[in-house]
Write a protein of this length. Structure first.
Length: 61
């Protein structure tokens, strides 16, 4: 399995440019639980600057 991973890494290095520490991405961040409900917010990182939207009900705790 380790050999397959190394081969995959080599192929990826040739096909994709190197990733930077400031890659753009989005992720969910836990806010809180209130009663039976779970609240979270969507955050974005663009150009090394992060921002998040408002917390919203997402499911049950």
């Amino acid at each position: 399995m380790n050999a397959v991973r190394k081969l995959g890494d080599k192929v990826l290095e040739r096909l994709a440019p190197s990733a930077t520490a400031q890659a753009d991405t989005s992720f969910y961040k836990f806010c809180y639980c209130s009663g039976p409900f779970y609240y979270r917010k969507l955050c974005h990182v663009v150009g090394g600057i992060s921002s998040c939207g408002a917390c919203y009900r997402s499911g049950e705790c």
